[in-house]
Structures are given as C-alpha cells and as structure tokens.
Design a protein around this ligand. Structure first.
Ligand code: NAI
Ligand code: MG
Length: 501
C-alpha cells in the first residue's frame, strides 16, 4: 500500500518514517502481505486527515495467523521452554517498550488523539510495567496438592496449563496499554496469541511487532493483525482454532463475541462498558476531590471504561465541587496532542464525536443544565468541550447510558440519604465496573466499598490502575478479571491428576 501522506511536523523523523511504511500483517514472525486488497485508512483525530493505510485482515489471513499460533503452541519451542526462559522474553519486550517510550508515546498521540505528555507518563509506562510485572508470573503459575476425603490411599495434584491459542481483541481508547493487559498474562501463562488492535488505532500494535521481533520471540508466538470488527474480529471470535478470546470494548459487541465463541466453547474474558459513580461526602478534602473527580471523567476525554461519569455530592459541598470542576476545564486549549500548548485533546473519531454530541443534546433537551461545555467545538478534528451537566436525575439517558466522552452528570444528596440508599442509587445501573468514594471517614469509605456492586472501588482516588490489582466488571461490565494473578489464571486450564497409591 503505497499512498503518501504528509509527515507530521511535530513528530520525530523515526515516527514519521514508521507511519509512512507500507504496512503489513505480522504473522509467524514475519511481515506478510494480506491475501485480499482490503485496507483501513487511519485518521488523525486532531485534524480528521488520513495519515496511513494498514491492511484489513480477511478470513484467510486470520486462518494463517491462527495456524502459526497453533503450531508455535503445540510444537514448541514456546510450549517446551522453561517458564523462566519465557519470562526473559516477556521482560525483554517490556525493556524494549521502555527503550522506545518516546517514539511509542508520539505514535499513540497521533493515532488516538492523546496529549503526548499524557502518553509519556501514563500509557507507555503502564504498558511496560504490565509486561515487567507479568514476566515475573511466568515462573510462578503453579497448581496445588490436595488431601482426599474418601477412603483409600491416593495422591492428587493440579496442573495449571496454558489454555492454548488466544485472540486478543483490543479497543482504541488505550491501544498499547490494553494490548499489554492481555498480552502479558497470556504469555506468562504460556499461550500463543493473535492480537487485533482497533481499526481506529492500529499503529502502536504494528510498532510493537517490530519490538516482538527484536526481543527474539519464536515465530508464531505473537501474531498481529490489523483489521476491523465485522470481518477480522468476527473471524477470530468464531474461529475453531482459537481457544480463548480476551476482549475489551462495547457491551453490545461483547455479547456478540459470547455467541460467536459458543461454537467451540472458547474461554472468554470480557471487559466492557461502565457508568461509574463517584460519591463525595461533606467531610472530604475538597482540594483533592475537585481535581480528582475532574480527572476521573475528563482523563482521556472520558474515553475510559471506568470514567467517573455520575457524580453524587452531598448538598453542603455540591455547589463548590461542581463549580470547581467546571472552572478547571473552562480555559483548556484545544489542539494537536503533539503540540506542547495543547491541553484539550479530541475524541477518537467522527462517530464518537457525533455520539457524544447527541448525548449532550439529549441531556439538554431533557432539562439538564450545562454548567460548562455543552457542545462540539467548531473546528477541524473531533473536539468536544468538557461538559458538566447539572439538574440531572436517574431517569435521564445521560445518567443511565455509557456516553464514553467528556460528559459529567452531577446530582446532590442530603443528610437523610443513608449509605444503603446511596449505594442503591449507585448500583441502579446494568453496569458494575468501578466506583469511587471521597471521604476522610474510614468507616464511611469501607462501608461504601462493601455496598457497591463494582469490580473496583477506589477510595479518595479514581482511575488508578495497577498491574497487580485484579481489574474487571460485575454485571454487564464483563466476565473475568485482568491483571494480577487473576488475569494469568484466566489464560490457563486446570488439570487434575489423581494417582492410586
Ligand atoms: P467496539 O466494541 O465495536 O470495538 C472494540 C474492538 O472490538 C475493536 O477492536 C473492534 O474492531 C472489535 N470488534 C467490533 N465488532 C466486532 C465483532 N463483531 N467481532 C469481534 N470483534 C469486533 O467499540 P466501538 O464501536 O469502537 O465503540 C462503541 C462504544 O463502545 C463506545 O462509545 C464505548 O461506549 C464502548 N467502548 C468501550 C470500551 C471499553 O474500554 N470498555 C472501549 C471501546 C469502546
Ligand atoms: Mg463497534
């Protein structure tokens, strides 16, 4: 695919050269040409202009990648090497991500429309940390022995074996981070993988393929296919040669993946949507609450599955908190993520910008008041003004549905709302991904943590991710957990061995 797009003047030569490459699919340890002509045009969210073309993997390409992963899994050397050898490969890849951090931070900024200062301190270090952390687990995924409860003399133990070939389907909001959330534990468990980045943001995965190659992974252990959902993603989800799907994305597609996976009863991990509540009690330290709750919703333009999108504040401090959050985002400067003057980044695509703007309109026409923001910016690219909606209530679509954009809905509560009632309000949603509680009262904090139906409850913080901390959702926010040993276990199958002595 030899289309020439103008380089980005703000990016390094290395990054421009990488983006301008003729991109291919990474299968069986080499760059392979796609069978069909299909291509995806990659757009810069800050300008809406095309910057690259990448292949759209078709069924045959998926087939080739699955075969390569299968051979690498069944015939070794990946499956035959010692755990500590596998661990060294994962560690080397983590080191390479760190060594190329500056370049990856720019790629992620251009591709996903993120501010480069943020990708430098958040996306890339978290990706590397996840791989370094998971490298350690590779040599510690063990089974257990057990005692027998029925007569006779027996010996029994379990083995934790890799589940096999895993397909990792990644969304566009944290392309490299969420790739590593899946890749790290899959490799630690001993699986081989096919990674499919989102069609909107395929570039960091392609650069990762270079690093995989440089780290010396055996052929076929890590295959990387750029592609879309309906063709490439769907082919992976229904492929009989895939043993496990790890998916992050929309609840709707997640449910479709479950159906597609039922053909061979693939193991499935789903990390889906959310509508996470934040509770601010009157004793909270407002100097922490205001920036904390602001970043909870506006970090990554609200395109975070755990975004704190519902704010419940005690009436005593409601006006101060809402005004403080609104003031903090009033004078942000929109621009390209690579421009150091930029403090407001775009959302990822035209369709997300349209979706978010439609939700804001829905809220306003249902009677919500925009304390700040309230519309899309009239300029090139996909910019939405950070928006705080007051006068909202639990029946409104903006309070009930995942917007996945920079839109906060705020609601006060009073002294007569006890913790059970407050938690019930928070739990009144099909989602159960995360929540945060802001208070200096330890007892209130932990009581709320127990009452909230969520995969993660943060106390006096929000959107804090940690490789060691199990991460995932209750209810329609998903199935299973990523990170920590929990994430590794979900790439294994337990085998029981019983011997009559
Ligand atoms: P999506 O769920 O369609 O895309 C996520 C990934 O799934 C992409 O790699 C895509 O190619 C793949 N995919 C799509 N359809 C597929 C299929 N039939 N089979 C297999 N793979 C498939 O998300 P989309 O459309 O980009 O965003 C829509 C909404 O989804 C967002 O507004 C947001 O509410 C939610 N979302 C949630 C995310 C999260 O972190 N939980 C991440 C991205 C989106
Ligand atoms: Mg979709």
């Amino acid at each position: 695919m030899s289309v020439v797009y103008p380089p980005n003047d703000l990016a390094s030569d290395a990054v421009n050269q990488f983006i301008a490459r003729s991109h291919k699919l990474y299968i069986d340890g080499e760059w392979q040409t796609p069978t069909e002509e299909g291509a995806i045009t990659v757009l810069d969210p800050a300008t809406g202009m095309p910057i690259a073309k990448v292949p759209l993997a078709g069924r045959e390409d998926v087939d080739r990648a699955v075969k390569a992963a299968r051979t690498a899994f069944e015939e070794g050397p990946w499956s035959r090497m010692t755990p500590i050898e596998r661990s060294k490969y994962i560690w080397r890849l983590a080191d390479l991500i760190e060594r190329h951090a500056g370049e990856l931070a720019q790629i992620e900024s251009i591709d996903a429309g993120k501010i480069v200062a943020v990708t430098q301190i958040a996306d890339i270090p978290l990706s590397a940390a996840m791989m370094h952390y998971m490298a350690g687990w590779a040599s510690k995924v063990d089974g257990e022995t057990f005692s027998f409860n029925r007569p006779g003399e027996y010996h029994g133990y379990t083995l934790r074996e890799p589940v096999g070939v895993a397909a990792l389907i990644v969304p566009w909001n944290f392309p490299l981070v969420l790739t590593c959330f899946k890749l790290g534990p899959a490799l630690a468990a001993g699986c081989t993988v096919i990674i499919k980045p989102a069609e909107q943001t395929p570039l960091s995965a392609l650069r990762l393929a270079d690093l995989v190659s440089e780290a010396g992974f055996p052929n076929g252990v890590i295959n990387i296919l750029t592609g879309d959902g309906p063709t490439s993603g769907a082919a992976l989800a229904s492929h009989p040669g895939v043993d496990k799907i790890s998916f992050t994305g929309s609840t709707e597609v997640g449910k479709g993946i479950l159906r597609a996976a039922s053909g061979n009863l693939k193991r499935v991990t789903l990390e889906l949507g959310g509508k996470s509540p934040m509770f601010v009690f009157p004793d909270a330290d407002l100097d922490k609450v205001i920036p904390g709750c602001s970043s909870a919703i506006f970090f990554n333009q609200g395109q975070t599955c755990t975004a704190g999108s519902r704010l419940y504040v005690h009436r005593k401090v409601y006006d101060r908190v809402v005004a403080g959050i609104a003031d903090g985002v009033r004078s942000l400067v929109p621009g390209h993520g690579l421009d150091p003057a930029t403090s407001l980044a775009p959302v990822v695509s035209e369709s997300q910008a349209t979706r978010v703007a439609r939700y804001i309109d829905l809220g306003l026409s249902a009677g919500a008041e925009a304390v700040v923001g309230g519309s899309r910016l009239e300029r090139e690219g996909y910019f939405i003004a950070p928006t705080v909606l007051a006068n909202t209530h639990g029946d409104m679509a903006v309070v009930r549905e995942e917007i996945f954009g920079p839109v906060l809905t705020a609601m006060p509560f009073d002294d007569d709302t006890d913790l059970d009632t407050l938690a019930a309000i928070g739990n009144d949603t099909p989602f159960g991904l995360a929540a945060s509680v802001w208070t200096t009262n330890l007892s209130t904090a932990h009581k709320m943590a127990r009452r909230l139906k969520a995969g993660t409850v943060w106390l006096n913080t929000h959107n804090h991710y940690e490789p060691a901390a199990a991460f995932g959702g209750a209810k329609e926010s998903g199935w299973g957990r990523e990170c920590g040993i929990h994430g590794v276990h979900l790439f294994t199958e337990t085998k029981t061995v019983i011997a009559a002595l």
